[in-house]
Write a protein that binds this ligand. Structure first.
Ligand code: SF4
Length: 214
């Protein structure tokens, strides 16, 4: 099956999903949207009021701000894929519960596998915790990390930055620095691979030297 068809199939499954209680209160499920060949995948928390009305991710005030942030980073919304850790709106925008996150995880995992992005940008604590548990967002925001062969860049959620003006400048600075963070992460990986290769070459040379002694 083509990647586009797989994403469509996931979207269909999400729209009909009843795997957790969030399906009772949703108006529209929000599977996510963007090109199947996107190199950047943004993962937020869950749909809010406007997203639930329209069935699209990040369309309210936070979505408008995300568009501005993407602009700061030099990306267009049409170039990136945007989704959430839970695809249905938690009532009153409360935090998603552990059983809801677990129930919904397979959809996101399949989207990641299908899109296979170069970089995943997490927006907020819940998507960050999927890749980087046991860290505080205030300590790691904007800093690239390799997790299971994927480059993860954790960011504050745009809605949090809108509600807490003290975070706004921080999230803008992080997005402006996103291209550098991606380059830094990729260079770190190249450095690690080079070091690994040198160690393998050295160990092969040591083995050959030992053999030559017999
Ligand atoms: S949040 Fe996810 S698991 Fe729960 S009903 Fe919606 S699509 Fe299904």
């Amino acid at each position: 099956m083509e990647a586009t068809e797989i994403l469509q199939e996931i979207a269909g499954q999400v729209s009909a999903c009843e795997k957790c209680n969030l399906h009772y209160s949703r108006k529209h499920a929000v599977p996510g949207e963007g090109p199947v060949n996107a190199r950047l995948l943004f993962i937020g928390e869950g749909p809010g009021f406007n997203e639930n009305e329209m069935g699209r991710p990040f369309v309210g005030q936070a979505g408008k701000f995300l568009d501005e942030l993407l602009d700061f980073a030099g990306f267009k919304r049409e170039e990136v894929f945007i989704t959430n850790v839970v695809k249905c709106r938690p009532p009153e925008n409360r935090d998603p519960l552990p059983d809801e996150l677990n129930a919904c995880a397979a959809y996101l995992d399949k989207q990641i596998e299908t899109i296979n992005p170069d970089v995943i940008v997490t927006l907020g604590r819940f998507s960050m915790a999927k890749f980087l548990p046991n860290v505080r967002i205030s300590d790691v925001h904007g800093k690239p990390a390799w997790v299971n062969e994927r480059l993860i860049v954790p960011m504050y959620h745009p809605a949090a930055a809108l509600h807490q003006p003290s975070l706004k400048n921080s999230v803008i600075a992080d997005f402006k620095a996103l291209p550098n963070a991606i380059t830094e992460g990729q260079n770190k990986k190249l450095f690690m691979l080079e070091q690994q290769k040198q160690e393998e070459d050295k160990s092969a040379a040591d083995s050959a030297e030992q053999l030559s002694l017999f």
